[in-house]
Design a binder for this molecule. Sequence first.
Ligand code: GUN
Length: 293
Amino acid sequence: MAEVIDGKNVAADVVAKVKALTADLAAKGKGQPGLAVVIVGEDPASQVYVASKSRTAKECGFHSVQHTLPAQTTQADLLKLIGTLNADPAIHGILVQLPLPAQIDAGTVIQAIAPEKDVDGFHFVNVGKLGTGELDTAFVPCTPAGSMLLIERVRGKDLSGLSAVVVGRSNIVGKPMANLLLAANCTVTIAHSRTKDLPALARTADILVAAVGRPEMVRGDWVKPGATVIDVGINRIPAPEKGEGKTRLVGDVAYAEAEKVAGAITPVPGGVGPMTIAMLMANTVVSAYLAAG
Ligand code: GUN
């Protein structure tokens, strides 16, 4: 049976470090990290994520501000708020929760965030730094950054020469994940909906990352024996066995099958999910340090 990678535990370690760094900033009289989280509309999943981000920020000792805007907010109004946050010296990190309503162009909004406050790592400046290997000064997107920490926990820091397959090519997870693995000297393949014979490709992976948003798509026989399996998916599916109308969370990996083959695997929930929030806190405290000089 595979080792279960406990994301909650690793995330708690990261949050403890962030708290210590926050206390150190205060002790040096250099102020308090500030995180602004912006949500537009009432998407229930987004509301849960955003509440969790704001709560963890407070727990870390941050100045935590949440802006909840109505679903019909115009792009101009959102850009105005971002301008205000860009100029606010008490704010070191700005996160606009995605997805945004149809009348707002997410790309325009993301590029309006000052790159030095872009703790999501979505601005072209940060994407470019990651792509060119300038990892020391880039803000790296939180989910892939957290996934890398989990991979290093089980495989050590030297991933040189390992074969990695990333299933999914999103800008938020798949592409930055592939870039991080490449920077760590893995041989990386990005697979997607047009990939031919995906199961056979997946079976070549020492490190298999599933980030497609399709419940339990990656089956046990897609997994190379001993592989490290990172499941980024969070999918809510019907669970009639729990009662009428009940649901449960599953990942993009068929866990019960994959755990019999993998060397190590992240559970859902309790794997990658907690890491995303922890890395957001880490990015924000780093931003505050950089601003403090
Ligand atoms: N929606 C889903 N994941 C993310 C994320 O990492 N950042 C933001 N801003 N929105 C998201």
